[in-house]
Design a protein around this ligand. Sequence first.
Ligand SMILES: [Zn+2]
Ligand SMILES: [Zn+2]
Length: 313
Amino acid sequence: MLHRRSTPTPARAPALRSALKVAAYPAVTGGAIAFALFAIARAWPAWLVGVVVVTAASVAVEVLERVIPYRAAWARPRGDFRTDVLHWALSNRAFDLGAFVAITSMAPVGRALAARLGTDLWPRAWPLFAQALLALVLVELPWYWIHRLEHRWAPLWRVHAVHHSSRRIYWWNLSRNHPLDNLISALASTAPVALLGASDAPLALMAAFTGAHAILQHSNIDLRTGPLDVFLATARVHRFHHSPRREEADANYGPTLTVFDWLFGSRRFSKDAEPPEDVGLGGPDDDRFPGGFVAQLRAPFDARLFSDGEGER
Ligand SMILES: [Zn+2]
Ligand SMILES: [Zn+2]
């Protein structure tokens, strides 16, 4: 009598998937940190560590979005992929430019200030992880306020609305930002660490963590981050930020940390509530905001798009 080949028990695959949902965030961010430590020991520059980590994390997230998707509907293209790839390839360069301008303008000022004071402005004697944490806080604080201002001041909201125009959340549209949005965010978030003359090693460590975090945060992966949602702006926290309802979207501004949302009263999060199914500007049938790349570059300057008070947030 033939025995049928045993097939995996139905319970095993779901158990594996459940484990992957819990392990994905710590594995990808932990891998990024481990790689950064490896590269720092070999004196790699921070920008190169960032490029390698972001590339590797993007590939991992692309795979995980297929293995453990969060919403099936968000896995289906909505005619938006080309626009998001163009933002990734072109609009992101405005962020690089902003960081470059901040470094080249602020670093000499910091060096002159340090020479006049006769002391180093950056605590180089601190342990590496403490320096990286300081760099993270110094990057996050101005970024938090710029992002908050973008939601509260109509002219800046028109620029930032491009990011909120996505009708689904997947990792490619992490890059859906108007170049002006990227330029302002990069200038503000890079200036303090550039002024203080932060060393390359803590910047590389911070960039590795925040780079991997950002891609996971914007992914369509069913991440189970549990207690991490309290102090990190995880995917679950960020999905509320993309709500079409203003009371949900005008909150949770911190790119990586939630500390400034707690501190300045913009934390809105319930572990029991489900993030919104429809995301974007207006209701599910509101398709006024243009979907094309060039049209999105022009959108902030088109008053008709913001004529119903959408700009007055
Ligand atoms: Zn926003
Ligand atoms: Zn987003």
